[in-house]
Design a protein around this ligand. Structure first.
Ligand SMILES: Cc1ncc(COP(=O)(O)O)c(C=O)c1O
Length: 425
């Protein structure tokens, strides 16, 4: 039970203080206190605590935020629609692209391609786009028309002797195979995160994105980039798209949009999609889509303040300056007998635990090795998340300082030692 937060630290109801190694759920970019955000929220609550963004209505804060996001977005985004969560942004994307297909007289262009282990949300449609079998199994999901291509986990999936470039070509070939299987004219979009997060923090291998984008261009497939985790500095640039040279046709963001202080997401897209939506809406008199709390004024005030703070403290510059120490601390863990692979960028790192480093063999899931590391880390004062198969997802708040990084990585090393002792006994 977490009862309080300060800086990168959280306090539980039994009085323990833990370093947050997972930024809440990848969202608390500024840690757990900000007088400026509290003041911005208070002022907005006192001025206009609610206003809808439906049926031609809007309010100044959301208009300002829309302008701001369009100004900084990757690609030539010119339109924004707001929701309350990353999942709703994904659902909005799916609905808008289906509407576009109808508007263009291509009603069969409805298939979405994404990657196994990708994560884009938990509503019925967004979880169908996600490649997480445990989120489908008991729900009769995914919906039809959501197909998957490979996940670029070079460490676990490369063939002996295969280089990263060769592996990346194999990934791109699989994408092409899926497109051809479905039929290029049936594909509404390919959606991906610049670097997979919920799938276990999987850094794209060398040559991956240029090769994937070449296939998308060849078949003129809409490329949606999910910046929900990567956006606002996580990878050492404002956008993951910048880190890997992505050219998105649409973008979603959430989480650090409000530093995690308010539930808000945004879907950004270009004029051509907007014109198709307008054509469709004209036929029925309205664009029949939205949520009561979309574009909430308090969320907008908080997001505007968070974006100001990011600039005032040069958050991206800070991430770049502390990242080498963070990554070196993580890479030092490779010497540990449990650690087979460490791959990261910015303040975003995946650490793979294996039973046998030579063969990359994973532990029997029944041993719950990842869970043990998570529990020992908790006991040592580090909040972490491990994702099956036994992959540690390490992504502290972006304001973390070098001494806190040293403390966090040493607590993690201790948790690995504790787990190693468990397994030996
Ligand atoms: C990359 C990505 N997209 C979308 C989502 C869904 O966001 P939300 O939980 O706000 O619905 C998440 C959630 O973790 C995510 O990691």
């Amino acid at each position: 039970m977490v009862v309080e937060g300060n800086g990168v630290w959280i306090t539980t109801d039994d009085g323990r203080r833990l370093i947050d190694g997972f930024s809440g759920l990848g969202c608390t970019s500024l840690g757990y206190d900000s007088e400026r955000i509290a003041a911005a929220a208070h002022e907005q609550l006192s001025t206009l605590p609610y206003a809808p963004t439906f049926y031609g209505r809007t309010h100044p804060k959301i208009a300002a935020l829309a302008d701001r996001l369009v100004g900084i977005a990757p690609g030539d985004m010119s339109r924004v629609i707001f929701q309350c969560s990353g999942s709703e942004a994904t659902d909005t994307l799916i609905k808008f692209l289906w509407a576009r297909s109808a508007a263009r007289g291509e009603p069969d262009r409805r298939v979405f391609i994404s990657r196994r282990r990708g994560y884009y949300g938990n509503t019925v449609a967004s979880v169908s786009l996600s490649g997480q079998p445990h989120m489908h199994a008991k729900f009769g999901l995914p919906l039809e028309g959501f197909v998957k291509t490979e996940t670029p986990n070079y460490y676990l999936a490369h063939h002996d002797g295969e280089t990263e470039q060769e592996f990346s070509q194999r990934m791109a070939d699989d994408l092409e195979r899926v497109i051809l299987d479905v039929g290029p004219d049936s594909v509404a979009a390919f959606a991906a995160e610049p670097m997979q997060s919920g799938g276990g923090v999987i850094k794209p291998p060398e040559g991956y994105w240029p090769r994937m984008q070449a296939v998308l261009k060849k078949y003129e497939i809409h490329f949606h980039v999910d910046e929900v985790v990567c956006g606002f500095g996580r990878t050492g640039n404002r956008w993951g798209s910048e880190t890997w040279g992505l050219e998105p046709d649409s973008v979603s963001c959430a989480k650090a949009l409000t530093a995690g202080f308010f539930p808000m997401s945004a879907l950004l897209f270009k004029d051509d999609l907007f014109e198709d939506l307008r054509a469709n809406a004209d036929e029925v008199g309205v664009l029949g889509h939205g949520f009561t709390y979309s574009g909430h004024p308090v969320g907008a005030a908080i997001a505007l303040e968070a974006l100001d703070i990011y600039e005032d403290i040069d958050l991206v510059g800070h991430v770049r300056s502390v990242s080498p120490g963070f990554l070196a601390g993580c890479e030092a863990l490779l010497e540990h007998p449990l650690v087979g692979d460490v791959r990261g960028v910015g303040l975003f790192c995946g650490i793979q635990l294996v039973e046998d480093k030579a063969t990359r063999a994973l532990f029997d899931p029944a041993l719950k090795v990842g869970q043990r590391v998570q529990d020992h880390a908790h006991d040592r004062g580090l909040y972490l998340r491990t994702i099956a198969p036994d992959r540690i997802s390490f992504m502290p708040p972006l304001i973390i300082e070098p001494d806190e990084i040293v403390e966090a990585t040493s607590r993690l090393a201790g948790a690995l030692d504790d787990t190693w002792k468990d397994l030996r006994s």
